[in-house]
Design a binder for this molecule. Structure first.
Ligand code: BTN
Length: 245
């Protein structure tokens, strides 16, 4: 399939957050898709208003696209689609890298976090932020999961280092390939994400003060992309809006 990939990735130095930088560029973009790739962020943010530590060396990337250019049934599963795109990017750039996803927005390798995404909106625009540890694994804070980097994976598999730009360009292109595919359905995204999840992970709900002690395990996704988990007593629960450690 030949896809018209917009060329406009803006490369910037240090910003507060690429989410803020992208918002400032929205008016000038006048509805056209664009992306911002920053060298570092001083106020990077993760899901649930958590800090995203953002030193030089990693990828800080925000894609902006009009909501109208995405099929309506795909919009609610955009975090899942973004995770699949990031996973595909790493697996294409590093032969043999067995990358997984963790619901709803994390990229995982060998049980460790490599990156995550954050979807926001502004008017009719979707603002999709992706942070990926390329060179540095920031310290794990507030009960978070241990992290690793794309280049640790490359080194372990004896392959050349990847740059944040290579990764961002691949993600940009593959994202457009996916959303331009008129045969893509929510069901396909959900099925692919389900197959790519690391179901061996111990999961804990995030609470305002830390993490809930109850240990959960992913069983699978329902048709809406909500996560079905098992509790220690064998009962099941369906998570719709939680973020998990
Ligand atoms: C998460 O909590 O896992 C999501 C992290 C998202 C971080 C990225 S880095 C680029 C963009 N700018 C931000 O301030 N946050 C997102």
């Amino acid at each position: 399939m030949s896809v018209n990939v917009p060329p406009n990735i803006h490369h910037v130095g240090e910003v507060t957050s690429t989410m803020d930088a992208a918002r400032q560029m929205l008016t000038a973009a006048n509805g056209a898709p664009f992306a911002v790739l920053a060298e570092s962020q001083v106020k990077g943010r993760g899901t649930g208003e958590r800090v995203w530590i953002s030193p030089k060396g990693n990828m800080y990337f925000t894609l902006c696209i009009s909501e109208k250019s995405i099929m309506p049934e795909i919009v609610p599963v955009l975090p899942l689609l973004t995770g699949l795109v990031c996973r595909a990017a790493i697996m294409s750039l590093i032969n043999g890298a067995n990358v997984h996803v963790k619901w709803p927005n994390d990229i995982i390798y060998a049980g460790k976090k490599i990156g995550g995404s954050l979807v926001e909106s502004e008017g009719e625009s979707l603002i999709i932020g992706i942070g990926m540890n390329v060179e540095l694994a920031p310290p794990v804070t507030d009960s978070g999961r241990a992290s690793t980097t794309v280049n640790e994976i490359a080194a372990a598999l004896e392959q050349p280092k990847i740059t944040p730009t290579q990764l961002a360009e691949f993600i940009w292109k593959h994202f457009f390939q996916m959303i331009s595919d008129t045969t893509l359905t929510r069901k396909i995204v959900v099925t692919r994400f389900d197959a790519a999840m690391d179901k061996s992970l111990s999961l804990h709900r995030r609470t305002p003060t830390g993490r809930d002690p109850e240990e959960l395990h992913a069983i699978g996704l329902n048709e809406w992309g909500h996560l079905i988990v098992s509790r220690p007593d064998g009962t099941e629960d369906t998570l719709m809006t939680d973020y998990l450690f």
